[in-house]
Design a protein around this ligand. Structure first.
Ligand SMILES: *[C@@H]1O[C@H](CO)[C@@H](O)[C@H](O)[C@H]1NC(C)=O
Ligand SMILES: *[C@@H]1O[C@H](CO)[C@@H](O)[C@H](O)[C@H]1NC(C)=O
Ligand SMILES: *[C@H]1O[C@H](CO)[C@@H](O)[C@H](O)[C@H]1NC(C)=O
Length: 327
């Protein structure tokens, strides 16, 4: 996920996602304040990644929620100091200790990517710039003017990179499941109910965890999501989910079978998406090309991926897909 984050120009948000996923979610959930926590999450999710207010909220992602919370916290810390940052955490049910931990992890991860030549570090000596080394490095990785953050404000690109990292942790609504993969069962035996989307993981019905922002989503933007983990209690719950687009699966999903006549693509034998045969073939080709490009560029250690033609084409496709969906 971090490699793709650097390559696809969304380093800063992906460093945060990677850190939160490998440590823990920053949200605290006091038992008697469930509704307030939900309200706080919804309010955060309504903001854009750069802190401005969003007109359409179709993020449908716990991971993007973490990114927004981190960006906001980090900005407050930098501009108004530790007391204000702490106050922000209290208001939004965030664990301040976790936020500082994530900050350190971001710097470690970013430095690792710099070590292997995937991202540049500042030319000036970090210790000799204004401020301390940590905050200089932090503002470097978070700087959206730098090439590795060219697409740091584009949710579709970030979510696609998250899909690359979390695949094969995927669930789909019936619309995204190949009927042939239900093992002879009727769809209604596996998933039922029309009031809200039901999710299937290729074997059985699964449920979005109550802590997720998408827990009570009435309609989903796409019939697919990725998740961090499954937790089995009374039911099987998915924790930390993001609704993802068909193109993300076409790019970063598993083996792909194209049914040319029907205009359908089956991924990993059970995920079904409609795509014109031409589109499907294009993606098959793009996967191969992207692989080759990655090998080539990592061998040469060039921090210029965003300039790469193949990478740019893929980003263009993802942005077009999102535009078409919103139209
Ligand atoms: C906040 O996170 C820290 C570190 O993981 C943990 O020790 C602490 O219990 C958490 N606090 C709350 C209120 O969840
Ligand atoms: C971000 O990078 C640009 C281009 O290098 C630089 O001019 C600007 O000062 C940087 N911003 C911050 C906050 O470091
Ligand atoms: C997700 O569900 C919560 C309720 O749990 C709701 O308040 C919120 O608006 C939903 N989020 C999105 C992105 O629709």
């Amino acid at each position: 996920m971090m490699l793709y984050g650097a390559i696809f120009g969304c380093l800063s948000p992906i460093l945060s996602v990677a850190a939160f996923l490998s440590y823990k979610s920053p949200f605290i959930s006091p038992k008697d304040e469930k509704q307030n926590v939900e309200k706080a999450k919804a309010a955060l999710l309504n903001e854009n990644l750069d802190g401005s207010t969003s007109i359409i909220d179709n993020k449908q992602s716990d991971h993007l929620l973490m990114v927004i919370a981190y960006n906001k916290w980090s900005r407050i810390l930098q501009e108004h100091g530790a007391r204000s940052a702490h106050q922000f955490c209290r208001s939004f049910y965030l664990n301040s200790t976790v936020m500082y931990m994530i900050r350190d992890m971001r710097l470690q991860y970013g430095s690792l990517l710099a070590d292997i030549g995937l991202v540049d570090l500042p030319k000036d000596n970090l210790n000799q710039m204004n401020g301390n080394r940590k905050s200089n490095l932090e503002s470097w990785f978070a700087n959206i003017s730098l090439p590795f953050n060219l697409y740091a404000g584009y949710t579709s690109v970030i979510k696609s990179v998250i899909s690359a990292g979390l695949y094969p942790n995927v669930a789909a609504t019936l619309e995204g499941v190949d009927p042939g993969a239900l093992g002879g069962r009727k769809p209604s035996d596996v998933l039922f109910g029309k009031d809200r989307p039901r999710w299937y993981d290729g074997r059985r019905e699964v449920h979005i965890h109550p802590s997720s922002v998408n827990h009570s989503l009435k309609s989903v933007q796409y019939p697919f999501l990725v998740f961090l983990e499954k937790v089995e209690t009374s039911k099987v719950f998915l924790r930390d989910t993001s609704v993802i687009s068909p193109y993300s699966l076409l790019l970063f999903g598993g083996s792909m079978v194209i049914q040319h006549q029907a205009g359908v693509v089956i991924i990993d034998g059970w995920l079904r998406l409609t795509a014109a045969a031409q589109t499907a073939v294009l993606f098959k080709q793009l996967r191969i090309t992207l692989d080759a490009v990655l090998k080539e560029l990592t061998r040469k250690q060039m921090a210029t991926f965003v300039d790469n033609e193949v990478v740019r084409s893929i980003i263009h496709l993802l942005l077009e897909e999102e535009k078409a969906q919103q139209a």
